[in-house]
Design a protein around this ligand. Structure first.
Ligand code: SAM
Length: 287
């Protein structure tokens, strides 16, 4: 099969032939650089044993590359107008299946069970920027049988996710992702490799999902994190005694003491382990 899906000339030709207009609302910036497409697949270390879920195949550029390396790919695409195009570009592959739907709504567990060998699977996504956080949240929060997520996000979001405590970009998003996964940036991607070009640069991230999560009540944990970062310039003593938790200072002081965390620390100094300690001790205190 002639593989030229990432050639800008071919992309233009196919878009013209179908009279396709990019939807900005759906974050449609298609990759037109073969090295990046291949690099993303390499980052996922895709082999013929792997079942892969792709989010937002677009014209099928990355889908084709994954299909050539994986056992099977299911690609979920929301834009109905892309379905006949995908039929043309990927119709020749019997290990690629397109599902029409919204990744925020489809039954991912059912797809893994029925179409992807039961998991654990890999996920590859060049996400629409408007929905980056809710999509990542869904994939990591729902205890799905996922091993690794390779995801292209805005560079600024990637920097926030991998930021360490003490870094000005470190915040609740960093803690949220680090609770569930080991994140790393595997590739910087300039805006010039997309059609049309977005206004920002991107980065490809690898999120290796943790086999064992911190043993805490997640609801309490994330309440603590949100309260702490809600007032990130305040000391942890002050931020936890206002906001969502709204507890008395003397009680927070007791919790921090038991967790061995100096009350003058700020949220941006604390790691997942510290927030976990606080959220384990909170319900034990008679407050
Ligand atoms: N993977 C292709 C590529 O790299 O060239 C396209 C990437 S483009 C940034 C994002 C794709 O996600 C588009 O095809 C868009 O229609 C699709 N999309 C947007 N929101 C979606 C959603 N909620 N569920 C599934 N697909 C979505």
């Amino acid at each position: 099969m002639d593989r030229r899906l990432y050639s800008p000339r071919y992309v233009r030709e196919i878009l013209d032939r179908y009279g396709f207009r990019f939807s900005r609302g759906l974050g449609q910036n298609f990759l037109v650089d073969g090295n990046i497409v291949k690099g993303i697949c390499r980052a996922g270390e895709i082999t013929k044993e792997d079942y892969v879920l792709e989010i937002g195949p677009g014209l099928g550029t990355m889908t084709e590359e994954i299909g050539l390396n994986a056992k099977k790919v299911v690609a979920v695409e929301l834009d109905e107008r892309l379905l006949p195009i995908l039929d043309e570009t990927l119709g020749g592959y019997d290990n690629i299946e397109i599902v029409h739907g919204d990744i925020l709504k489809v039954n991912i567990e059912g797809i893994i069970e029925e179409k992807l060998g039961g998991g654990p699977i890999k996920v590859i996504a060049n996400l629409p920027y408007y929905a980056t956080t809710p999509i990542i949240a869904r994939l990591i929060e729902e205890d799905l049988s996922i091993d690794t997520i390779i995801v292209m996000v805005q560079e600024e979001v990637a920097d926030r996710i991998v930021a360490d405590p003490g870094n000005r970009r470190y915040g609740s998003l960093s803690v949220f992702v680090n609770f569930y996964a080991y994140p790393e940036i595997v590739m910087d991607v300039p805006r010039t490799v997309f059609m049309p070009q977005p206004n920002v640069d991107s980065a490809v991230m690898k999120l290796k999902l943790k086999q064992e999560l911190p043993k805490v009540n997640r609801e309490i944990f994330f309440k603590v994190v949100r309260s702490a970062f809600g007032k990130r310039r305040k000391t942890i003593l002050n931020s936890l005694s206002s906001g969502e938790l709204n507890l008395k200072k003397k009680d927070i002081r007791k919790v921090l003491e038991a967790a061995d965390i100096p009350p003058n620390k700020r949220a941006e100094d604390l790691k997942v382990e510290h927030f976990a300690k606080i959220s384990k001790i909170l319900p034990l205190l008679d407050i």
